[in-house]
Design a protein around this ligand. Structure first.
Ligand SMILES: [Zn+2]
Length: 287
């Protein structure tokens, strides 16, 4: 049927078993639906991204046996695409400077006895016409109403795009933010299926809305899969060396055994038995 999905790691640490689980779903759903896999290096965070991590993650991915059809593309290859997207939104009168800080949110929460939610931002920056000087963030007014979508793994969903306020598209340090970059990249790379962990379910409505504001007529399909949790329910992070692909390789583990462990941890197979990357498509089917 054509179309594409993407595997999009950030070069801010090494791949861990959580990435392996994501790769199983990405490649599995791509193969099951006849889509390409685009490899995207999400290095929008210029303070934390490292070329050495990128080199290692490309090498680990190849060792695991996950081969992309297109890429790798890097967000740092061309910053002007994000600037152009924000210019377009600015032309529609939707972009405003915001000088809210962590303490603006904290003060609001202290006064009202709950965390800040709703459209706009707690400092009413759009109404105050904050000047867009250096060190100030940029937000996009997302507008009212809900977005609804069908999640391939979780069924029908709906959510309010501005539940957590208007979207920050450039941070105070001048970085284009993750939600802006992914929405622009998904549009320019013709991504029509987004496969990612369920921790990003909350971000979906605002990303669909931002895509619409940028002229996307048909939103991508979404599939939010279970995450590997540590005992106690905490999700894995790059700081957990015991689940790092690089560490486990160093201990003599095979690629097939890591894929089997990750697949079992998210319930795709009952026991952690070795399985090759090329066989993962059979594990994943949409609903
Ligand atoms: Zn503000």
């Amino acid at each position: 049927m054509g179309g594409a999905t993407r595997f999009a790691p950030a070069p801010t640490g090494h791949l861990h078993l959580g990435h392996v689980a994501n790769a199983i779903f990405v490649w599995g759903l791509a193969r099951a639906s006849g889509r390409d896999v685009v490899l995207r290096i999400e290095d929008h965070d210029r303070q934390r991204s490292r070329p050495a991590f990128e080199r290692d993650l490309l090498e680990d991915l190849a060792w695991l046996g996950f081969v992309a059809d297109r890429g790798p593309f890097r967000q740092s290859d061309d910053w002007t695409v994000y600037e152009a997207a924000v210019d377009r939104l600015r032309g529609d009168g939707l972009v405003y400077a915001c000088d809210c800080t962590r303490s603006t949110f904290g003060e609001w929460a202290a006064q009202h006895g709950r965390p800040w939610t709703g459209a706009g931002c707690p400092g009413d920056c759009r109404e105050r016409h904050v000047s867009g000087r250096r060190g100030v963030g940029l937000r996009v007014a997302l507008g009212p109403g809900d977005e609804t979508w069908h999640d391939l793994l979780r069924g029908p969903q709906h959510d309010a795009p501005s539940r957590d306020g208007d979207l920050l598209v450039r941070d105070r340090l001048g970085n284009w933010t993750y939600p802006l970059c992914v929405v622009v990249d998904d549009l320019r790379h013709d991504i029509d299926l987004v496969v990612r962990g369920e921790d990003l379910l909350d971000a979906t409505a605002r990303q669909i809305r931002l895509g619409r504001l940028l002229g996307r007529e048909q939103p991508a399909a979404f599939a939010h899969h279970p995450l590997i949790r540590k005992p106690g329910g905490v999700k894995l992070s790059k700081a957990d060396r015991d689940t790092s692909v690089r560490e486990l390789r160093g201990q003599g583990r095979s690629a097939a055994s890591l894929i089997g462990e990750a697949a079992a941890a998210v319930g795709l197979i009952p026991e952690p038995v070795p399985i090759e990357a090329v066989a993962v498509a059979d594990l994943v089917t949409d609903r």
